[in-house]
Design a protein around this ligand. Sequence first.
Ligand SMILES: Nc1ncnc2c1ncn2[C@@H]1O[C@H](COP(=O)(O)OP(=O)(O)OP(=O)(O)O)[C@@H](O)[C@H]1O
Ligand SMILES: [Mg+2]
Length: 373
Amino acid sequence: MRVDEVRLSSFRNYTSERVSFSPRINFVVGKNGEGKTNLLEAIFFLATTKSHRQALEKDMAKIGENHFRVSARIISIGVDRNLDLRYDAVLRKKFAGVSGFPVTKLQDFIGLLNVVMFSPEDLSLVKGSPSGRRRFLDVLLCQVDRVYLRLLQQYTLVLRQRNEALRLIARGSLKLSDLKPWDQQFAFLAHRITMRRLQATERLSASFSTLTDEINRGKETLSVAYTSSLGATNGSLSINSLDVDSVVNELERRQRDCLRRGNSSIGPHRDDLRFLINGLPAEAYASQGQQRTAVLGLKLAELKYMQEVTGDCPVLLLDDVLSELDKSRRQMLVQALKSDVQAIITGTDERDLSLQGVEPSQVMRVERGKVVV
Ligand SMILES: Nc1ncnc2c1ncn2[C@@H]1O[C@H](COP(=O)(O)OP(=O)(O)OP(=O)(O)O)[C@@H](O)[C@H]1O
Ligand SMILES: [Mg+2]
């Protein structure tokens, strides 16, 4: 898959801009604050309808404007499409279109373009909060699995309603038996989401180990593991032992606790994708270098996973990370870039792209929201 051309209108510091990309390696250079990350954010927004920096839409509209628009021509196996996504701050609504046709449900738009984003913020993935790692899995799975996306949306809704019911029961406004229907729905959705995350982690974990072993050369073993709160009694949950009934039982077992706290203490919203170094939790032990290896390994595993699942390689967006990587980790990236992937790489220094053996096919310069080749 590749992005052929992107058009930005009133997006961040871009007024109206059209940018063409080469099908291979694009390098976007510019000083700090000129608009490099904004450009990648726009592409990520087209893929996921969200900002990778978790920005609000109203903040992505150019200051003084109450709307913005991002469009792109994308080329994927067998089809070329024009993707168009705009935001209206007055109506507080996003509008999507594909090749001139409106898309009424945004969920049908998500994943038409697949991207893997790697930015400096990701370097805190290892030691940061579990929510960041859950978000990693969600961003990945929502792009390639429509069913997952729908399950997650339903789960978010049911979780909110169940929590509300818990609070009403605690206050005496609802009967305890009123919780039952929520528990059934909650368990069904929690189970399906967990299964999908577990399966994805299994596949990610295999390529993650291979990729990171190449750097570590037997010094230590890095791995990723999904820890689910659903089988939390002994913490050992295997794909085979998890079923909806066991989730319902666990919910009942914890009912008193949940009523006291007014929220649901188990479920995919409490899970984690943990990094391990020689089997020990990386959040407690990882050095800076080990964290870099781990995150790079995870991103490259993500790329491979998406390619395997969709049959088409996602677009790799690397925001200012080259300067963060030393020689051996760059080498790891170079291997990935040697395949047929389209990459859009940003940096402040053209010398940053001294990637052994990989030449950019296009270099662009960004200055105050203008892109020149
Ligand atoms: N909504 C907005 N309207 C106008 N300008 C904005 C808006 N949001 C951000 N900017 C401007 O965009 C610029 C930042 O762009 P961006 O984050 O893409 O920089 P960058 O080139 O990636 O810089 P760095 O190298 O520091 O990461 C800043 O000058 C900021 O003021
Ligand atoms: Mg930036």
